[in-house]
Design a protein around this ligand. Structure first.
Ligand code: ADP
Ligand code: ZN
Ligand code: ZN
Length: 676
C-alpha cells in the first residue's frame, strides 16, 4: 500500500500490509500507520491500497501497526491536502502529516489514547450556563444572514461591513440557523470560523460559547498546549465539536460534518503562512467550501483586492453593512494633521497632544498606533557617521532601551548598547527615529498622571500577557493604549474615543505594490477601534481619528477621510490591471539562499534558462530587499502569467527539473507570494 510520510521527497512510499489475523480489515486511505523508515519508526498516512507496487513484495517492508483506534481521515480531507500539495508544489506528506497534532504522529500512542478516552467517556451532565442574549438584527444584518443561509450548495459571500457594523452577529446568527436546519433534517453539522490573530480567539471564543452554551466549541491555534491541541483536533475529527474556531492552521482541520466556513477579516495577511508550506488559508478555505458544496463567508471592512474583484465580477456575492450596529455608535471622524503646518516634536503635534489631554480630562480612552517596536530603529554617531548595522544582516540593530540592548529583528542578534561609538570613541551615540518604547517614555513625561500601556511583541512575550493587557484595557484600567498592529485588529474596545496615528507615511512610498492596500486596511482597522459604543449622546464626545502626515492630499488619505473603501479599491484595481499585477496576473517566486550572493543569483539564472516557458514571463533574478539575514545571502526570481492554469502547468515539470539540479544553494518556491 502507499503511505505518505513527512519527508521532503515528492513521492509516497510502498509498504506491505500483513494482517495479524485473517479477519483484520485492510487499512483504508486516510488511516494512520506506524512504519519503518530508514532506521526510525515513523507515523505515515495510508493514501492508496493498490497492490500493484513496482517493488517485489518480498523486498517491501511491512506496516508495523495501524492506528485503528482513530477513524480514518476522510476522502474530502485527503482531497484538500492533495490539492494544497499540488497547488503549492509540495509533497503530499509534507502537508498531510505536519498539520496533525504531535500526539497523533508519535510512535507512542499514550497521549492519543488518553485524549480519545477523555473525549469519548461520558461526562456528568454539564451545568448549562444561561444563553447570552442576542441583539435584534438590523435590516442589513438580517438580509446578510438570509442570503447566507438560503444559498444552496457552494456560494462565497463577501460580507463587506464597516468596522463595528456587527459582522460577528451575522456570523453567529448564520451559524445558529444553519446548525439548527441541518440538525432538524437529521444531519450532523459543523461550522469552521477562522480569525487572523491568536489574540482575537479568546474574545470571540467567549462570545461564541456564551451564545451557544449547549454546543461544543473548540479553538485551534499554535499557542495551545500540545495536549489541548490534540484534544481539540480530535474533537473536530470525531465530529464531537460543533464549532471550531481557529487561526490559519485550522483550515486543515479534519471536519467530517463541515457545513459552513467563515473567514473573519479575510484581507488579513496573517492568513498567509510565511514559512515552510506557504499556503493561503483563505484561498484553501474557499476551495474547501467549493469542494464540499457549502457556503463560505468572507468578512471585512477592507476586502483584499482579490476578493473585491470577485465581488465585482459576481463570483462572490456581495453583502453590505453600511452602519455601525450598536445604538448611537457612529463611525469616528477622521482628521488629518498636516505636519508641515503643525510640526511634530518628539513625534507629537500640538493638535494630537490637545486631543489626548481632552480625553484624559473626560476619563475616556485613547489609542496610539505606531507600527514600529523598540525604542529607536537605529543608533548613530554624529561625529563619524557610524550606524548600528547588524553584522550578520542587511539591516539595522534596533535600540531596545528598557532591555538595554541592541537587537536585530531579522536574526535576533543582541548586543549591549555601546557606551561610546565603536569606531571613533565618541560618547554621544544617539538614537534615531522612534519606536513604541520611545513614545511610551515621552507620554509618561508629557502626561505624568496618565496610565499608559504599551502593547507590542516585546511587552507581551510571556504567555498570557497579551490577554492580560487587553483585559486591563477593557476594564478601563488604561488611559492611553499604545501599540503596533497588535492593537489595531478586531478588539471591541468600548471606552475608546480617540485613535492617533503617529507616522504612517513611510508605507506610501514603498516598493511593494501591496503597501497601499495594507496601509489602508490597517488605518481603517485601527480607526475602527474608536467610537464603538456611545459613551454619551452629546456630540462633543463624538470619537475622532487623528492622522499625522506630511501628505494630507494623498488619494489614500482622501479616501480614508470619506470612509470610502469602494472608491479606493476600484482605483487600486484599475492600477493593478494597467500594470498587469495580481489579481490580474498570477505569480510564483523562486527564492535562493547561499553564503554567496553570486551563487544564489547564478542558480536562479540557471533555473530561468531550464526549459521553455510559453505564456510565462520570468523577471531577472535579483537580490531580496533584505539581502543578507544571519549571514545568508538571499535572491529571488519572479514568475508571472496572466493565466493561473498556465502557471500551474509550468510549475510542476519545472519543479521536477529544479529538484534534479545538484546544488548547494538552498531554494524554495512560493505560489501567490504576497511579499515580493
Ligand atoms: P464588526 O465585527 O463588524 O467590527 P462587531 O460584530 O464587533 O462589529 O459589532 C460591534 C458592536 O455592535 C458590538 O458591540 C456588538 O455587540 C454590537 N451589535 C452588533 N449587532 C447589533 C445589533 N443588531 N444591535 C445592537 N448592537 C449590535
Ligand atoms: Zn563615531
Ligand atoms: Zn541580524
Amino acid at each position: 500500500m502507499s503511505v505518505a510520510l513527512d519527508a521532503p521527497l515528492d513521492t509516497t512510499f510502498d509498504y506491505l500490509w500483513l494482517a495479524p489475523s485473517p479477519d483484520d480489515p485492510v487499512p483504508e486511505p486516510g488511516q494512520l500507520v506506524l512504519v519503518p523508515f530508514g532506521r526510525r519508526k515513523v507515523v505515515g498516512m495510508v493514501v492508496g491500497t493498490k497492490k500493484d507496487s513496482e517493488i517485489e513484495p518480498n523486498k517491501l517492508r511491512g506496516v508495523i501497526q495501524v492506528r485503528s483506534q482513530l477513524p480514518a481521515l476522510n476522502q474530502q480531507w485527503l482531497a484538500l491536502c492533495r490539492f494544497a500539495a499540488e497547488y503549492y508544489q509540495r509533497p503530499l506528506g509534507e502537508i498531510a502529516l505536519p498539520c496533525l497534532p504531535k500526539g497523533m504522529r508519535t510512535e507512542s500512542t499514550v497521549a492519543l489514547d488518553r485524549a480519545l478516552k477523555k473525549l469519548t467517556s461520558s461526562h456528568p451532565a454539564r451545568e448549562v450556563a444561561d444563553r447570552a442574549p442576542a441583539p435584534q438584527l438590523n435590516p442589513e444584518q438580517q438580509q446578510a444572514v438570509a442570503s447566507i443561509i438560503s444559498a444552496v450548495g457552494y456560494q462565497a459571500h463577501l460580507l463587506f461591513g464597516v468596522t463595528g457594523s456587527g459582522k460577528t452577529e451575522v456570523y453567529l446568527h448564520a451559524t445558529e440557523l444553519l446548525l439548527q436546519r441541518e440538525r432538524e433534517a437529521g444531519y450532523p453539522a459543523q461550522v469552521l470560523i477562522l480569525v487572523p490573530e491568536i489574540n482575537l480567539t479568546p474574545q470571540l471564543e467567549a462570545s461564541v460559547k456564551a451564545r451557544f452554551p449547549t454546543l461544543q466549541v473548540v479553538s485551534l491555534h499554535s499557542q495551545l498546549a500540545e495536549g489541548e491541541r490534540l484534544r481539540h483536533w480530535l474533537s473536530a475529527h470525531i465530529g464531537k465539536a460543533d464549532i471550531v474556531l481557529g487561526t490559519r492552521l485550522a483550515v486543515l482541520a479534519s471536519l467530517p460534518h463541515l457545513k459552513m466556513i467563515i473567514i473573519d477579516e479575510e484581507h488579513d495577511t496573517s492568513y498567509k503562512q510565511q514559512e515552510g508550506l506557504r499556503y493561503s488559508a483563505r484561498d484553501l478555505a474557499v476551495w474547501r467550501a467549493h469542494q464540499q458544496q457549502i457556503p463560505v463567508v468572507l468578512g471585512s471592512a477592507t476586502p483584499s483586492a482579490e476578493s473585491w474583484l470577485h465581488g465585482a465580477s459576481g463570483r462572490y456575492q456581495r453583502l453590505r453593512l453600511t452602519q455601525r450596529a450598536a445604538a448611537n455608535a457612529q463611525l469616528p471622524t477622521v482628521r488629518l494633521i498636516d505636519t508641515e503646518i503643525d510640526k511634530a516634536s518628539d513625534g507629537f503635534s500640538k493638535p494630537m497632544l490637545d486631543a489626548l489631554r481632552a480625553r484624559l480630562e473626560r476619563g475616556e480612552q485613547s489609542l496610539l498606533f505606531l507600527n514600529r517596536r523598540g525604542y529607536a530603529p537605529v543608533m548613530q554617531c554624529e561625529a563619524c557617521g557610524w550606524i548600528s548595522n547588524c553584522r550578520r544582516c542587511t539591516a539595522f540593530m534596533v535600540l531596545h532601551k528598557p532591555e538595554r540592548r541592541l537587537r536585530c529583528h531579522h536574526c535576533s542578534l543582541e548586543l549591549r548598547i555601546p557606551s561610546a561609538c565603536p569606531t571613533c570613541g565618541n560618547v554621544d551615540v544617539q538614537p534615531l527615529g522612534r519606536g513604541t518604547q520611545r513614545v511610551e517614555e515621552y507620554l509618561q513625561q508629557a502626561f505624568p498622571g496618565a496610565r499608559v500601556l504599551r502593547i507590542d511583541a516585546d511587552s507581551t512575550r510571556r504567555k498570557g500577557s497579551a490577554q492580560a493587557a487587553f483585559e486591563a484595557v477593557h476594564r478601563g484600567d488604561v488611559d492611553i493604549l499604545l501599540g503596533t498592529q497588535m492593537v489595531a485588529k478586531g478588539h471591541d474596545f468600548q471606552r475608546l474615543t480617540l485613535v492617533g496615528v503617529i507616522n504612517p507615511d513611510t508605507a506610501l512610498f514603498s516598493q511593494d505594490y501591496r503597501a497601499g492596500e495594507r496601509l489602508f486596511a490597517q488605518l481603517m482597522q485601527v480607526a475602527g477601534r474608536a467610537g464603538r459604543a456611545a459613551l454619551t449622546h452629546s456630540d462633543a464626545t463624538r470619537s475622532e481619528v487623528l492622522i499625522q502626515t506630511r501628505y494630507p492630499s494623498h488619494p489614500l488619505y482622501r479616501a480614508l477621510l470619506a470612509h470610502d473603501y469602494p472608491g479606493f479599491a476600484d482605483a487600486m484595481l484599475a492600477e493593478r490591471q494597467a500594470a498587469h499585477l495580481p489579481p490580474y496576473s498570477f505569480q510564483a517566486l523562486l527564492r535562493a539562499e547561499s553564503k554567496s550572493l553570486a551563487l544564489a543569483l547564478s542558480f536562479l539564472t540557471q533555473a530561468r534558462e531550464l526549459m521553455p516557458h510559453p505564456g510565462i514571463s520570468m523577471n531577472d533574478p535579483v537580490p531580496m530587499t533584505v539581502t543578507k539575514v544571519a549571514g545568508i545571502e538571499r535572491a529571488q526570481l519572479l514568475l508571472e502569467s496572466s493565466s493561473r492554469a498556465q502557471l500551474q502547468s509550468f510549475l510542476k515539470p519545472w519543479m521536477q527539473a529544479l529538484r534534479a539540479i545538484k546544488t548547494r544553494v538552498g531554494w524554495t518556491l512560493e505560489v501567490d507570494p504576497i511579499d515580493i
